[in-house]
Ligand binder design. Structure first.
Ligand SMILES: Nc1ncnc2c1ncn2[C@@H]1O[C@H](COP(=O)(O)OP(=O)(O)OP(=O)(O)O)[C@@H](O)[C@H]1O
Ligand SMILES: N[C@@H](CCO)C(=O)O
Length: 309
């Protein structure tokens, strides 16, 4: 394997889909890719604008996840030089941190010769995040419905929704920690029952491919939308008016501030243009569900690596 280097690719994700708070998540076709070589000390670097300013040594999240995962199985990792390429915007609600955690786990698994199962990786990753709705899609691809448990996280892979996605991405970052800080510590019993009923209908509608019903449920979340609306200017207006643009529905993507729209297959570009016209301060992009989760390959060295040695 001397002339090959390890490459790990991990998709982005959109957690919650509205009412499926901390449980439902969809893989999205934006990707973090790592190119890894053994080295004398740990080093992370990237030319991707999306990743500028990240720590380049042991403070890097990929390193922290890799080392913690290896330690869980009493494996010691040798240092690596890691090049990162990404088109997942940081702290925008598209699971950048989960992609980094899964990348770290895959790095440790391969470089440490651990070869653990997906279930073991999932248990560790959801324990790290405290919920499976971002790490699940990044690991498995497609749509994931999960319930976190310290002993066991139960996860169902529910296929790949046959819809287009439109992402409304604001300019500002919103850290998950901050967006979770806006949530109440308790919900009235009746509100929780209503919220869970809406989430049940959302999942049933997705499984039955009733996208109109799924879209209707997405906007009806009571677990987090109402508490995060102040942090995301335009959220309430976009959720209530999204159907006039031809979308099925919309929800805050993860902890925000991106807004994710479910759109009829083939209509993504049209809906994107219509939303962009009315919301010039957002970057509006089309996307698709990512069918596959993280993947690990060995690839040929790029020319600059061999020429610099
Ligand atoms: N490739 C990466 N390498 C190292 N650290 C990263 C990487 N990607 C993300 N991070 C870290 O994760 C932070 C963002 O995580 P955060 O959970 O706040 O948002 P998110 O994961 O993008 O969105 P959400 O969890 O709402 O889907 C970044 O500020 C950075 O510290
Ligand atoms: N379910 C999580 C996803 C972001 O990590 C939240 O909304 O806070």
């Amino acid at each position: 394997m001397a002339d090959k280097r390890l490459s790990i690719t991990v998709p982005a994700s959109s957690a919650n889909l509205g009412p499926g708070f901390d449980s439902v998540g969809l893989a999205v076709n934006r990707y973090l890719t790592l190119y890894i070589d053994r080295a004398d000390e740990w080093e992370f670097f990237s030319n991707s604008s999306e990743l500028s300013g990240l720590p380049n040594k042991e403070e890097n999240l990929v390193y922290q996840a890799a080392v913690a995962y290896a330690a869980e199985y009493e494996v010691e990792l040798s240092p690596c030089r890691v090049e990162m390429v990404s088109d997942i915007p940081l702290a925008r609600g598209l699971g950048s941190s989960a992609s980094a955690i899964i990348a770290g786990i895959e790095l440790a698994d391969e470089m440490g010769g651990m070869h653990r199962s997906k279930e073991e990786k999932m248990q560790f990753a959801s324990g790290w995040e405290g919920h499976p709705d971002n790490v699940g899609p990044s690991l498995y691809g497609g749509l994931i419905v999960g319930a976190y448990g310290e002993e066991k996280t139960h996860v169902m892979h529910c296929g790949v929704p046959d819809v287009d996605l439109v992402l409304a991405i604001p300019d500002n970052e919103l850290l998950t920690k901050e967006a979770r800080g806006a949530l109440p510590s308790e919900l009235p019993y009746a509100t929780a029952i209503h919220g869970s009923a809406v989430s049940n209908v959302l999942v049933a509608a997705i499984l039955k491919e009733d996208w109109k019903m799924a879209g209707e449920m997405m906007v009806r979340d009571v677990f987090h939308h109402p508490y995060r609306a102040d942090m995301v200017p335009g959220l309430e207006e976009m959720l209530s008016g999204i159907r006039q643009y031809g979308a099925y529905g919309a929800a805050l993507s993860g902890a925000g501030p991106t807004i994710l729209c479910f759109v009829p297959n083939g209509k993504g570009e049209e809906v994107k243009r219509a939303i962009q016209e009315d919301y010039p301060s957002f970057r509006i992009e089309t996307a698709k569900p990512a069918p596959f989760g993280s993947s690990v390959h060995y690839v040929n060295q790029p020319a600059w690596v061999s020429s610099s040695v």
